[in-house]
Design a binder for this molecule. Structure first.
Ligand code: OGA
Ligand code: MN
Length: 206
């Protein structure tokens, strides 16, 4: 079922309130998703991406044994039209989440990510040891040709321990995954085909 943007936002925020996570298809219209994917592939071909790191600031390390995707950070002041369209949708989500859940979401940092075949991201939490500003993770998938199962599923763990129940999410274009960044472990299973996404975090005020 496709919902109008305002209803989709309200349903998403309800799920965050009830369970701390939400998975919503059709968060962004297919034409914008396809444009974002085209931009991503073009920037990738022009070598604009770099190895993703783990940690932050002086502690940032490239650790291909932990994650082997490539990223390109977005500059909020230089967004392309489809990026702006997505950021507008996110802004509506930010306001609804702050209004209904008092999350205190303040600003957003995000990057495009490409997982070439064979790459993955091991089980982790999205908050850094020395800073808890990241409050809400938002992952928009950009893959759209019906072979999403081959593109590295997101494995999402519901509890902290080693025996936690989990479920897998196919990274289908237009699907938005959101969750409280300090609560849920997750990993990206090895991609057999190239996998594209736009991943970001709403942060609290410093
Ligand atoms: C991340 C991450 C998951 C995904 O970039 O921190 O966990 O499905 N991404 O792309
Ligand atoms: Mn993560």
């Amino acid at each position: 079922m496709e919902l109008a943007p305002a209803d989709l936002c309200a349903a998403l925020v309800d799920e965050l309130a009830n369970q701390g996570w939400s998975i919503r298809e059709h968060f962004l219209d297919p034409a914008s998703v396809e444009k974002l994917a085209e931009e991503c592939r073009s920037l990738w071909r022009h070598d604009a991406f770099h190895d993703a790191g783990v940690g932050q600031g002086d502690a940032l390390l490239v650790r291909p044994d932990i994650r082997s995707d490539q990223v390109l950070w977005l500059d909020e002041n230089r967004l392309t039209p489809p990026q702006r369209r997505y950021f507008e949708r996110l802004e509506a989500l930010r306001q609804a989440a702050n209004r209904e859940l008092q999350l205190g979401l303040f600003d957003f940092e995000g990057h495009l990510a490409v997982y070439p075949p064979g790459s993955f991201y091991g089980r982790h939490l999205d908050c850094f040891q020395n800073s808890n500003r990241r409050a809400l993770t938002c992952i928009l998938y950009l893959n759209g040709d019906g072979r999403e199962e081959d593109r590295g599923q997101l494995r999402f763990y519901l509890e902290d321990g080693p025996d936690s129940p989990y479920f897998d999410v196919a990274p289908r274009g237009g699907t938005l995954v959101t969750f409280l960044s300090d609560r849920f472990y997750h990993e990206v299973l090895p991609a057999r085909r190239e996998r594209l996404s736009l991943t970001g975090w709403f942060r609290r005020r410093a």
